[in-house]
Design a protein around this ligand. Sequence first.
Ligand SMILES: Cc1cc2nc3c(=O)[nH]c(=O)nc-3n(C[C@H](O)[C@H](O)[C@H](O)COP(=O)(O)OP(=O)(O)OC[C@H]3O[C@@H](n4cnc5c(N)ncnc54)[C@H](O)[C@@H]3O)c2cc1C
Length: 490
Amino acid sequence: MSAVAVIGAGIGGLATAIRAAAQGRQVTVYEAAPEIGGKLRQLHLNGYRFDLGPSLFTWPELLLDTLASAGPKAAPFEYQQLDRSCHYFWPDGTRFTAWKEPSALSEEIERAFDIDPTPAMRHLAQSAAGFEATRGLFLEQSLHEWHSWSPAKTVKHLSNAWKGRSALPLTSSLNQWNARTGHEKLQQLFNRYATYNGSDPYRAPAMLHVIPHLEFGMGTFAPKGGMHAIVDALYQTAINLGVTVHMNTPVERILTQDGRVTGIRTTKGEHPADVVVSGADVTPTYRQLLPEHRAPERILKAESSTSGVIFYWGVRHSAPDLHLHNILWADDYKAEFDALFKQEQIADDPTVYINIGSRTSPEDAPEGAGNWFVMVNAPAGWKANGIDDLRQRVMAKIHRMTGIDVAAHLECEHVLTPDDIASRTGSHRGALYGPASNRPTSAFLRHRNRDRRIGGLYFVGGSVHPGGGIPLCLLGARITHELMERHDPQ
Ligand SMILES: Cc1cc2nc3c(=O)[nH]c(=O)nc-3n(C[C@H](O)[C@H](O)[C@H](O)COP(=O)(O)OP(=O)(O)OC[C@H]3O[C@@H](n4cnc5c(N)ncnc54)[C@H](O)[C@@H]3O)c2cc1C
């Protein structure tokens, strides 16, 4: 039986472990931390439960597909669809609810911005068409293997792209493309989707316009029991399939001989393996675990995606105006991205994202209170020397824009900075999504899922193809497993 060593029990590592074990491989996962989940860990504090990382759940079919690959050994997973994706608040008092149902959305656009909603609805239809035209090529297969470009596949992708060609902007930036929405506030709203992979909408290619379709077209969802239920379902399924998971076991080296992996070395000893899958960030994988091998320097030096400062607050307030996902906009959105990517600072007036998980998982907070996840964008590698000042600015903004005096109702607090994210998950510079997608070629500059020089070595997770975020990490696990079956069959 072929033995597979997986480094890291994040989403990508666990999902790959499930797919490999379901095909009869003997899989062992080595996790440096004392708990599973990677960026999607949880924290219990003073009667509140917080998800430390992702709060937005989209494209649930990918998780169901991963679990279903285990057949009857799949752990149960329940979730609900939401009737809206987000509540938006502007400094001038404008408020907007992004409803899922198209006619409600259209009416809301007319009400909030006093405009004809037709251009904005057409913009969304183009997002859907662009998504369908490109998903097979850019998201659901490797971009770096010859078989992905076989004549049959290439013809299929080109014909899809041809059908959706009117929705495939090739030269403009996302910001320029979003001007078609017909209103500057909607342009800003659609620009925000660049942050879903940690990029700058004023530089990122307009091809990122496919992202809104995930929310507006396919919907937003909430797992029963909160986001950590995703990790629990993956972990339980892996265990049901016979996967062994070692916590508190950092991998120190990937062992190789004659151009192939032979296993790994952890703090506890050497472990032979026929295949090694790194679910850890690609930069430390090369720099620390493969120091004798030539690293793909161009890829490792790519600009990082953004990181964040996150305040986890237990707030004893019913906050009736706030839903599960809420955005309090910066006054000057362009200045925010200039601060992040040019000055490598947090903006003076940052956009504030508030997620209250207990809106859909009431058991996560005491009655009448909420488990607030409050995040501002920060540059990757940002050194936290002004958290008190930032906290005050964020609280003042919330007070100004929602009327809630958080400080007066605060019951507990935990804070994560880019440095904390880096040290707790091994993410390079604490970036949330690996490299940024600020260039038209960025998709091709994400690291491949199979190492070309070292046989039996594979990569999965947010820092490699097809990218960061839960859906893409799950797609990456499927791609990586397909490559493993093709190049290292049992
Ligand atoms: C604050 C925040 C908010 C986010 N919001 C969203 C969101 O709303 N929606 C969304 O879809 N995505 C979101 N993301 C992104 C998403 O969390 C990640 O893209 C995804 O979880 C990354 O999974 P991964 O498989 O790459 O592994 P990671 O979660 O990065 O896990 C890697 C694991 O490998 C382990 N490891 C590293 N090195 C070693 C080693 N040498 N030996 C053993 N183990 C090792 C680490 O301890 C870690 O457990 C967010 C991320 C953060 C941090």
